[in-house]
Design a protein around this ligand. Structure first.
Ligand code: GDP
Ligand code: MG
Length: 686
């Protein structure tokens, strides 16, 4: 007996797997009303499962959240991840989450899972929605027809979770395989039967179910066909069988098998589930969509929505909260400084605490409210289902530019942080689209750049905060589009694959989901503030406070940092920002974008954000400030993002080269754009 049991969660995208995963494990994974949010699998211990083990023979039960899939054919990275896990790691049971409101599509995957032979439990999710729309489900009849346990649940309302846990653990412990693996009689059935016999020993040798393998290769699953290592003769016989099946069924191989599955599903569903024709939610969604995704209003509405979000974040709520927190930090910093002075602490330590800790880290931390507010709005937009509409309406536009519509998902995530955004590009099934997307995502303005914008607009454009920031976001998008078109013409010829993503119904955002998301972002940000950013700030403080012989220097200059900044400054002169301060801040930003601000605080000797904001107009004019912002928006992504790019572009030397190329390319693009903005600005200024 194994000393641990593994249960995998499988199901369609947006069926509620992650919500269920969080309920079952007490974890806080990202839930989104947005297909394609979970790409990597996640694992956690299943709490309270031990109570249900018939014999206490397993030490632990763990649960794995797999990416959402529609089928077990290896067409996209998600399907490969999920399928590999199930076939190679052989979980003790699979909990298949089926959205009862889209039950046919969910069962299409279930039938394939049933053939695998792995013990299976179907969790019929979203029962609350079915109930509210006066539908009903005969769970016993469905379970009878499918030959696997079916448990009705509502993941968001925590209904049926305990029962599901019990059934799943039992099924895993007893290792009882699904009872039904034949779905029809007739031509397709005979073909599957014949092929099953033919490949039985090969499948056994691979360790997978012969019936599953037979169905898959009749569907033309090339990777599986290769893995089975059939002889020439066997392959030939299979092709013959398939041809007979096609003739008799009157359609091609794939369609014949899909038809077989849908026919079986149709019977099961008509016997067991009473569905409302159009649900309230769908009805509302359709009406809302008439406006929000309409041909003429869709895109203007999207920009309008974003403008309101930015205005609220940067001019109203977020700005006020950030100012308050900044003032609080400033007061604390002054208090500490006075106390240290009074007790005669060494001036170097005083400078360290005042400039590096309070000035550097403090100036970044005070942006947390702004970041929370923007994430709050973003998660509202995502959880309500609006973001999926945005992907849909932008798709038409992007298609005209030769980009893939699916690339919009990573790009929208890129407004949060490039790291998960670049990783989410794995959901793209075509290699070409994936590479283009990875290259363009870092142009989206990530939240780490917000502190930079925040300080500068408060210092130099107080009346135009929202507008200036909106223009930067828009510029990022515009440059991404331009670069995309160029890549498309020169490097990645070919056509983007068609975009299919169904639109989820609009839902009222769930307070818990939004709360979890906000807490996560805040925690990540704080972690960064006190690790990477603190370290970078300390290094900069050190380089600035000492000369090459490690003697402390005053504000007179001669520090190591002055030397570095002075060396690089000429490169920025054509942009009107050719000062050592700018050059150094930009270099520091490579570690993490927020560091640009903490570095500026240290360099100008500002102890608080307020002080920094008061000092900046002495260093920048509005024009050079804007040029600096443009450069910060576009130049190389931070170290973390670059390392992910390296990994996603193939890893090793090839990935490394791609990542290096990205650093160089983006810095060059940033320089050119900043230069143009500066020149145009000078012309306009007269
Ligand atoms: P995943 O893509 O399968 O991981 O799905 P998620 O867990 O991210 O959930 C997708 C959406 O469905 C989210 O908006 C959830 O809040 C919502 N959802 C999940 N379970 C339920 C449920 O039982 N009832 C209702 N009404 N909504 C649910
Ligand atoms: Mg998920």
């Amino acid at each position: 007996m194994k000393n641990s049991l593994t249960i995998a969660l499988a199901g369609n995208p947006n069926s509620g797997k992650t919500t269920l995963f969080n309920q079952l494990t007490g974890m806080n994974q990202h839930v989104g009303n947005f297909p394609g949010v979970t790409v990597e699998k996640k694992e956690a211990e299943l709490r309270g499962a031990m109570a249900y083990l018939p014999k206490k023979d397993a030490a632990r039960v763990s649960l794995v959240d797999l990416p959402g899939i529609y089928s077990l054919s290896p067409y996209s990275q998600e399907e490969i991840v999920a399928r590999d896990f199930i076939i190679r790691e052989k979980p003790d049971a699979i909990v298949d989450v089926v959205d009862v409101m889209n039950v046919e599509r969910g069962l299409y995957l279930s039938l394939q899972l049933m053939q695998l032979g792995t013990p299976l439990v179907i969790a019929l999710n979203m029962m609350d929605e079915l109930r509210e729309n006066h539908g009903s489900a005969d769970v016993a009849a469905l379970s009878e027809k499918l030959g696997v346990p079916v448990v009705p649940i509502s993941a968001t309302r925590h209904e049926g979770i305990g029962e599901l846990l019990e059934v799943a653990v039992r099924t895993a412990a007893e290792a009882s395989p699904p009872r039904v693996t034949d779905f029809c009689s007739g031509a397709v059935h005979r073909a599957i039967h014949a092929v099953t016999h033919l490949i039985e020993d090969h499948a056994a040798w691979l360790g997978i179910s012969a019936k599953f393998a037979a169905t898959k290769i009749l569907e033309r699953d090339e990777p599986l066909l290769d893995a089975l290592q059939l002889t020439e003769h066997e392959r030939h016989t299979i092709d013959e069988t398939a041809r007979d099946m096609e003739l008799e069924a009157g359609t091609d191989r794939k369609a014949a098998i899909a038809d077989m599955r849908y026919e079986f599903i149709g019977e099961a569903v008509s016997e067991a589930i009473e569905k409302p024709h159009i649900t309230l939610q769908q009805d509302h969604s359709a009406r809302i969509d008439q406006v929000l995704t309409s041909k003429y209003f869709g895109i203007p509405i999207f920009f309008g929505v974003m403008a309101v979000v930015f205005w609220l974040t940067f001019s109203v709520i977020g700005a006020a909260l950030s100012d308050a927190l900044g003032a609080l930090f400033g007061a604390a910093g002054e208090g500490v400084a006075r106390a240290m002075e009074a007790s005669g602490v060494n001036p170097v330590i005083r400078s360290f605490v005042g400039e590096a800790v309070f000035g550097g880290v403090g100036s970044v931390v005070s942006f947390i409210p702004m970041i929370i507010v923007i994430f709050f709005f973003m998660s509202l937009l995502e959880d309500s289902g609006y973001m999926a509409r945005v992907a849909f309406i932008m798709d038409k536009l992007l298609r005209k530019l030769g980009l893939s519509g699916r690339s919009i998902i990573p790009m929208i995530l890129g407004f949060g942080c490039s790291v998960p955004a670049i990783m989410s590009a794995r959901t793209l099934s075509s290699e070409r689209d994936r590479k283009v997307t990875v290259m363009l995502t870092p142009f989206m303005s990530c939240t780490a750049k917000l502190p930079i914008y925040g300080v500068f607009v408060a210092a130099l454009f107080p009346a135009w905060r929202g507008l200036v920031i909106l223009s930067l976001y828009a510029m990022g998008i515009a440059v991404a589009i331009a670069v995309g078109v160029i890549l498309n013409r020169l490097v990645f010829r070919g056509k983007p694959v068609p975009f299919i993503m169904e639109l989820p119904t609009y839902r009222l955002p769930n307070a818990r989901t939004v709360g979890i998301l906000l807490w996560h972002r805040t925690r990540d940000f704080l972690q960064r503030a006190f690790t990477v950013i603190l370290l970078a700030t300390v290094i900069i403080w050190f380089l600035q406070s000492f000369d090459a012989r490690l003697n402390p220097v005053g504000y007179g200059g001669g520090s190591m940092l002055d030397a570095i900044g002075g060396f690089l400054a000429p490169a920025f002169s054509p942009l009107g920002i050719g000062t050592g301060i700018c050059a150094t801040a930009v270099i520091a930003g490579f570690i993490a974008k927020e560091t640009v601000i903490s570095c500026l605080a240290v360099l100008t000797g500002a102890a608080t954000v307020m002080e920094l904001q008061a000092l900046l107009p002495g260093v920048f004019t509005p024009l050079t400030a804007y040029v600096f912002l443009v450069f910060c928006l576009l130049y190389t992504p931070c170290v973390a993002a670059i390392s992910v790019v390296g990994k996603e572009m193939g890893g090793g030397a090839r990935g490394g080269l791609a990542a290096l190329w990205m650093v160089v390319r983006q810095t060059a693009i940033a320089w050119v754009c900043a230069f143009l903005v500066y020149r145009v600005g000078l012309l306009l200024a007269g």
